[in-house]
Design a protein around this ligand. Sequence first.
Ligand code: DSN
Length: 423
Amino acid sequence: MDATRPLEAVDPEVASLIARDAERQRTHVQLIASENFVSRAVMQASGSVLTNKYSEGYPGKRYYEGCELIDEVEALAAARAMALFGAQHANVQAHSGAQANMAVYFGLLKPGDKVLGMRLDQGGHLTHGSPVNFSGILYGIASYGVDPATELVDMDEVAALARRERPRMIIAGYSAYSRLLDWSAFRAIADEVGALFVVDAAHIIGLIAGGAHPSPVPHADIVTATTHKALRGPRGGMVLCRQEHAAAIDKGVFPNAQGGPINNQIAAKAVCFREASTPEFRSYAAQIVSNAAAMAAAVQGEGIRVVSGGTDNHLFLVDLRSVDEDLTGRDAARLLSTVGITLNFNTIPFDPRPPYRASGLRIGLPAATTCGMKEPEVSEVGRLLAAALHHRDDDAALARVRTRIGDLAAAFPAYPPDFPGHV
Ligand code: DSN
């Protein structure tokens, strides 16, 4: 085998699919709240020869030979994560956010233990106790949601549930909630009922790294995260924790939840932690928050209701019932895709529709901000999005939106126009 032949020569079919997705990424405005564009440096580490290495275990205690440099890579990634977030311990082996969370459950709880987390249909995550996920299958779950009037997490409800259910673990964090959470109030409730306090910071870890969002690290026993959202690293997860939980967390990741680490991804995580430690990244994180607020205001200005009235972070949810009672999230998302706007449909609090139809859209700004869009551009995208929804039966109006979105996408590229989609 000639291992140096390029992808295009070895497998034109896969090369073509990658090139076509690069084209899709280039020609659409990307508003999925959990996506981003990584740097060439992150992509190079992710695509490196470290993919060839097995290394079950941890630095200094591996079950394979030849891990000397893998040990250095992993120790470097963990040290950078600890420094970036002010954490006492970091496990960078988790393959994903879901597996980071699984490691917390496996490392610190017994099956059947009670967990209090946020309802998935009001902004939480599958791994916070959904009945179709390992968390809901293996553990006793109690759930909090948002207040129907304010659409904010109601700390009195969290406290009342915690007193009644006496959970072993309380999880704060979300995948579709646009406001700040009160970390110290969660900490106080956890202390009152003797629970562990865990924050799933997957969505906001990039904002935290850039100083654009209050950090849960000083308050929580454990913070889990992904590295591929606003943090702008490779696909993957991590766990930050207090030293007293370090051994349990490491065991929870390996061997409880996973086998061998994905070393190329760990190297890419190290690169992203370095990138996220720079002044440029602080500006980026602040710009995400400003852009989200500007776009939410633009959408509201076009008569579309934003859940909870706005945003404090990188995302917001729109209530499509303010456009048309009969417009589902799924139909709206598909329509917007045809005019070059990529986002996802989402349930909104107290949604009368099931998740696969939903009544909302989730809109996030990390990727568009990476492309260099600022308030004027994202506000225009917000107005174009609203125009497409309001005039969804008017082909000429949709064509005008499609043309302008295409112009904006072309003017704010993540990569050079001839980038084939891989390094
Ligand atoms: N799927 C992720 C998101 O889009 O928010 C959460 O796991």
